[in-house]
Design a protein around this ligand. Structure first.
Ligand code: ADP
Ligand code: MG
Length: 669
């Protein structure tokens, strides 16, 4: 079958509705999976029906009536009998039923038996051969196509549809992993014969779904591996000494985790055969910046150019100052390029270090062929498109992306298999845990009072984060920050010095305000969540996050990481006006948990990956049947992939992933 319109019952109107559900081809209909099932396979005689049981009965309709009630509603009532007894059936507001159910008909009905006006009754039963006497599939009802419609058309067409399906996995492999054959799985997922069979079908189809994503990563990785580094970086004796000296000059000792990831990155950078493509993940405050700096320093010592891209100007500035401070007296050409600080890129020497916001991306970069190392900080803040500015460069630089968003292993195994991953899993020294409290609306005032006392007593500083309305910091969120600033400075903290920053303030002015805050001329900084990424102000030890329920846990954890960077005990207050129990539970979890990975895994389970991780990866794929929290399934499909790679060298991956892996998709991943 080549087209949906060949199927009887699918005319132009229905076709349009199907297209809206992304069902464009007969095969898509097979991959439109039920969302749940009801087991009506238990057929019983009428005299033995039990309350609350799902059953099917078959008998003669001895009466059918449309009854109109006084309040304008209507009820359909039927009486059905078999050789053991009679039972009432009731529907609400389905007058058209009289066309399909008539006295004298012999029909099957399925439903749950309940007591209605003290009589055993089946309320709103299903009827007819497609809906009774078996496990029935319930399809998501959207775009005006009912579950019943799908159930019927798929049952009628299933054998026709399956004719075009070819097994995608080698038969020996199917045997080895005890998988169900693809055709049988598709048949069982729509028309299950028993729960065990259905479960096997689900496993097979879910495995395949995960496998297709893993294959995609694998192919991306293979494609990436074809690249040979254009500059060969080395750690000579002299360079080694210089790097060790720099590390010794730091005001702290690197943690074991930092040592470990540094070794991994240096091994990649000095690999003469392959270009690095590594993700560095480390919780907020775990010390990723110094790792980036050391990688840039190694590149500089090899007379090559490195670029560090930050998501915001504030952060680019901070990196710039930080790099200058740590690398002072070394005569290293360090440059800053942001929206408000333009430079002539031609002036950057071959061995320079360029720190930039993504503004650099929009400039016509002649530089791109000269870059040996590209580091992208807080990668999740960038859109895929922004990173693809390197597309046209034939030779890729070594790439390091850094993120504070912890990525559950199941996700990295599925979606990020093309990347090598380094994890900093401990925080420096014995940092004090940030005390976190959920503050309901009625306790706001006393919380503000306490903060004022604390600021006066200890000289610490505070952030107050106003809720944002959308990621791009719309005018609405700016307005709410301005209003909050007025309110707080006039009515709540008239005796303290408050500052305000948001995205619509010119960046020169924004920097001035941040500088004032750094220099302790301000006590409280009111801000939209633009401070989320990176700002490092050790003297601020209090953060209030307003309308915390609007943020994802990962984002809240990041915001919280703005404090707890110095020696003071730090506090995080989560304000919420919400009474929603689920929202409260999520915030309670944050009160008690400080491990970013644990928080991310909780978010994954409680909100699903789309919401929790859309920030890590733009266009996070939504799964039809598998789940990103299914560890067993994900390791199974990984084993299968390994088996294919090891033992089936001629296997054609396009059977499972239809996607074309191009040079363009490499860099954007
Ligand atoms: P993030 O991983 O969030 O980017 P940063 O690199 O900004 O973290 O580091 C946070 C703070 O910790 C900085 O002030 C930095 O100087 C400091 N730091 C980094 N490594 C160590 C260490 N090993 N011991 C103590 N402090 C460190
Ligand atoms: Mg950082």
């Amino acid at each position: 079958m080549d087209s949906l319109s060949q199927i009887p019952g699918i005319g132009p109107k229905i076709l349009e509705k199907l297209n809206r559900l992304n069902i464009n081809h007969p095969k898509d209909l097979l991959y439109h999976f039920p969302s749940r099932y009801i087991d009506f396979s238990h057929s019983v005689k009428i005299n033995s029906v039990l309350e609350n049981e799902n059953i099917t009965i078959t008998g003669k309709v001895i009466d059918f009536k449309n009854i109109f009630t006084r309040n304008g509603k209507n009820i359909q009532k039927a009486i059905v009998s078999d050789d053991t007894g009679k039972i009432d059936l009731i529907w609400f507001n389905q007058p058209y039923l009289s066309k399909n159910i008539k006295a004298g008909d012999n029909l099957s009905f399925a439903g749950t038996v309940s007591l209605y006006l003290n009589k055993k009754t089946i309320i709103a039963p299903e009827y007819g051969q497609y809906n009774t006497g078996k496990i029935i599939s319930v399809y998501p009802e959207t775009s005006g196509l009912t579950s019943k419609w799908f159930r019927k058309i798929i049952q009628i067409q299933i054998n026709n549809l399956l004719k075009d399906i070819k097994e995608t996995l080698p038969s020996n492999l199917i045997k080895k992993f005890k998988l169900l054959d693809l055709k049988i799985s598709l048949l069982q997922i729509h028309c299950p014969t028993n729960p065990q069979f259905l479960e096997q079908a689900r496993t097979r189809l879910a495995t395949e779904e995960i496998l297709s994503l893993q294959i995609r990563s694998y192919l991306l990785k293979k494609e990436w591996q074809k690249n040979i580094p254009k500059t060969k970086l080395k750690v000579t004796k002299i360079i080694d000494k210089k790097i060790k000296d720099l590390i010794k000059s730091l005001p702290y000792k690197l943690t074991d985790s930092q040592d470990k990831v540094l070794a991994e990155i240096f091994t990649d950078l000095t690999n003469q055969k392959q270009v690095m493509n590594r993700l560095l993940q480390g919780d907020v405050g775990s010390g990723k910046t110094i790792i980036a700096l050391l990688a840039c320093y190694l590149t500089h010592l090899n007379n090559s150019l490195s670029v560090l891209i930050a998501p915001t100007e504030i952060l680019a500035n901070q990196h710039y100052q930080n790099f200058q401070e740590i690398l002072k007296n070394k005569d290293i050409p360090i440059f800053l390029l942001t929206g408000s600080k333009k430079i002539d890129l031609k002036k950057i020497p071959k061995n320079g270090i360029l720190i930039s916001t993504h503004a650099v991306i929009y400039q016509k970069l002649n530089l791109k062929n000269k870059i040996s190392l590209l580091i992208v900080d807080e990668q999740h803040k960038f859109g895929v498109k922004q990173r693809s500015f390197l597309n046209s460069s034939l030779k890729l630089p070594h790439c390091l992306t850094m993120t504070a968003t912890p990525i559950p292993r199941t996700i990295s195994l599925t979606l990020l298999g093309n990347l090598d991953i380094s994890i900093i899993d401990t925080l420096p020294q014995n940092r004090l845990q940030i005390k976190t409290f959920l503050v309901p609306d009625h306790k706001k005032t006393s919380c503000y009072k306490w903060i004022e006392t604390e600021i006066k007593k200890t000289g610490c500083q505070a952030f107050i984060v106003c809720p944002f309305i959308d990621i791009s910091e719309s005018m609405a969120s700016v307005k709410s920050a301005i209003q909050e600033f007025e309110h707080l400075s006039k009515e709540v903290f008239p005796n303290l010095k408050l500052g305000l920053i948001h995205g619509k303030i010119k960046s020169v002015d924004r920097e001035k305000i941040i500088k004032q805050f750094q220099d302790k001329q301000l006590d409280i900084l009111i801000t939209t969540p633009i401070i989320e990424v990176g700002v490092d102000i050790p003297n601020s030890s209090i953060i209030i996050i307003q309308s915390a329920d609007r943020f994802g846990l990962a984002a809240l954890h990041q915001l919280r990481g703005r404090v707890g960077r110095g020696h003071l005990q730090s506090y995080c207050y989560l304000f919420t006006e919400s009474n929603n129990q689920k929202a409260i539970d999520r915030l309670n979890f944050l009160e008690k948990n400080h491990n970013g990975l644990k928080i991310a895994e909780f978010d994954l389970k409680s909100r699903g990956p789309g919401e929790a991780f859309s920030t890590i990866q733009h266009g996070f794929p939504s799964l039809k049947i598998a789940s990103f929290s299914d560890t067993k399934l994900i390791s199974l499909s990984q084993e299968i992939l390994k088996e294919i790679i090891d033992n089936y060298p001629d296997y054609n991956f396009s059977q499972i992933t239809s996607e074309n892996i191009t040079a363009e998709s490499i860099i954007s991943n």
